[in-house]
Structures are given as structure tokens and as C-alpha cells.
Design a protein around this ligand. Structure first.
Ligand SMILES: Nc1nc2c(ncn2[C@@H]2O[C@H](COP(=O)(O)OP(=O)(O)OP(=O)(O)O)[C@@H](O)[C@H]2O)c(=O)[nH]1
Ligand SMILES: [Mg+2]
Length: 272
């Protein structure tokens, strides 16, 4: 059986990128499906997606929300869609080409062939792999990652990364409604939960490139949420019980490794 792969892309005012990112993903060697979660962008992002749905009716999905409600809740809605429709591997990705679509396949290989439950496209495994960000922003992002690592104890270099592949067992295990952060700190909270539940995590080194088109949605409020929020999250975690992944998930992991979907694909995978 061929795996079902869903890439979730939250969008807010991404009309300059959305068409290209959809086309590039659908031109990749793996059969990816895409779910766009748009927060009523005023620049017509959702209209472009609807036009594209006429070309890709079965593999391009759209959730439209009434207003800007934050990246975190967009992903939670996307995860719930993925569970309802039984996708095997679920990806997080930005619309602005900061994440190289080719790397999706490397994330898939880490989960599928190497058996990890979460693969993170990481900027900081081998030094600092960020292109075109001003030095101030690189420093801020790097220091934020170090701060989060120190407070939480998570053995992850790029704790704020938003480029990921989850095996469905992870999303089935975590109580998605308990995730508290609405904005970017959501990325930290998800990793923290995945680690606390005892799942296997791999950081895959990727190169992150600053967006060329469209505007950033970063703001200082996002940093405040993360700075204080991480401390609160750590304290809350001391009073919470994290059940390890169920036995069925462990056997599911073995099954995943033992199934060979497509001999051709296994050969191709060697080149990534
Ligand atoms: N649905 C939804 N998407 C959002 C929201 N905020 C940001 N996004 C999307 O989340 C992704 C990441 O946002 P960016 O603005 O690129 O944030 P960033 O990568 O940290 O900042 P830049 O590097 O400056 O682009 C993009 O696809 C955005 O369109 C939101 O509130 N709702
Ligand atoms: Mg971006």
C-alpha cells in the first residue's frame, strides 16, 4: 500500500507564493497531497487555491477560517483533518519557500526508512544554515533555540523549526486540544510534547532561505509569548503525566519499516 502524505501549509496573505509552492510540491517524486489553512487573507490567497483545486480536485484541500487566528491553531485544525482522513505522514511547511520543497522527501525518508516518529528540518544541526536573514534575526533565532533547550532540557538544536514530518501515531497520541500556544511558540510546545511522550525524533539538516516574496508576519508579541510561555510550559509539565506511546504504536513502527511500498522508490530514495 502506498503511504498517504499530507502537507499542511497555513497561509495569511500569501498570494505571491501560493500558486508556485503548490506547483513545485506536486512536481516532486512522491505523491503528496496539500492542505492549505487560510485565515481569510485579503489578498485573494484562498481564491487562487480554489482555482488550483479545479486542476487538482482530489489532492489539494482548503480550510478557510474567518479571521487571522494564529499559526498554532491553523496547524491544529490541519492535524484534525489529517486524522479524520487517515493520512500516514503529516508535514508542516511555510508557504514562502523558506523551506525547500525537495527536503520534504528527506523528512519522509527519516520517518519511513529510518523509523523516526518526527523528523525536523533543522537549521542548527551543522552550524547555522540560514540564508539571507539579517544577522540580528539569525542571532535572535539561534539564541531563542538555546534558551528553549536550556529551560526545557529537550535534546533538539532547532527548537523553533516549523518544517516537520510527523508519523500519524504522534498526532494520535498527543491531546491536540491541550496545546496552549496560538502563535509561533506552538512549534516549541509540539516538539516538547513529542519528546515528553517518548517518541523518536531526528533532526535533518536543511538550509533555510529568507522569503523572497510577500511579507513576514513576525512581531515582538510572538517573542513575548514564547519567552514567558516556555517557562510556564516547563512548570506545567512538572504536574502532567505523559503516557509513553502505546505498544500498538511500537508495533506500528515496526510494520512501517517492514513494508516496502515500491521497489523503484527504495532505489530512488538512495539519491536524497
Ligand atoms: N493560517 C495562518 N497562517 C499564518 C498565520 N501567521 C503566519 N501564517 C503563515 O505561516 C507561515 C510562516 O509565516 P511567516 O510570515 O513566513 O513567518 P516566518 O517564516 O517566521 O517569518 P519570515 O521569515 O519573515 O517570513 C506562512 O505560510 C504564513 O503565511 C496565521 O495567523 N494564520
Ligand atoms: Mg517565512
Amino acid at each position: 500500500m502506498i503511504d498517504r502524505n499530507l502537507i499542511i501549509i497555513p497561509t495569511y496573505e500569501e498570494s505571491e507564493n501560493i500558486s508556485d509552492i503548490i506547483e513545485v510540491i506536486f512536481s516532486l517524486e512522491l505523491p503528496f497531497e496539500i492542505l492549505i489553512v487560510d485565515d481569510n487573507s485579503s489578498d485573494g490567497t484562498a481564491d487562487i487555491v480554489k482555482m488550483k483545486q479545479k486542476i487538482y480536485p482530489k489532492i489539494l484541500h482548503l480550510i478557510q477560517r474567518p479571521r487571522k487566528m494564529g499559526l498554532g491553531t491553523a496547524y491544529i485544525d490541519g492535524f484534525k483533518f489529517s486524522l479524520k482522513n487517515n493520512y500516514d505522514y503529516v508535514y508542516e511547511m511555510d508557504a514562502d519557500f523558506s523551506h525547500n520543497p525537495e527536503d520534504l522527501i528527506r523528512l519522509y525518508i527519516a520517518c519511513k526508512s529510518e523509523g523516526y516518529d518526527l523528523a525536523i528540518g533543522s537549521r542548527y544541526v551543522k552550524g547555522v544554515n540560514v540564508v539571507n536573514w539579517p544577522m540580528g534575526r539569525v542571532l535572535m533565532s539561534y539564541c531563542a533555540s538555546v534558551y528553549v533547550r536550556l529551560i526545557t532540557g529537550m535534546p533538539i538544536y532547532d527548537t523553533t523549526a516549523g518544517f516537520k514530518c510527523y508519523h500519524k501515531s504522534v498526532l494520535q497520541s498527543i491531546d491536540l486540544d491541550s496545546i496552549q500556544f496560538l502563535g509561533y511558540a506552538f512549534q516549541i510546545e509540539m516538539k516538547f510534547n513529542v519528546w515528553k511522550y517518548g517518541f523518536n525524533i531526528k533532526e535533518v539538516d536543511v538550509i533555510f532561505t529568507d522569503r523572497k516574496k510577500g511579507k513576514s508576519k513576525m512581531s515582538s508579541g510572538i517573542f513575548k509569548e514564547a519567552f514567558i510561555g516556555v517557562l510556564e510550559m516547563k512548570i506545567r509539565s512538572l504536574f502532567k503525566k505523559y503516557k509513553p506511546p502505546y505498544l500498538s504504536i511500537k508495533s506500528d513502527r515496526l510494520n512501517r519499516l517492514n513494508t516496502i511500498d515500491d521497489a523503484d522508490w527504495n532505489e530512488k530514495a538512495q539519491s536524497y
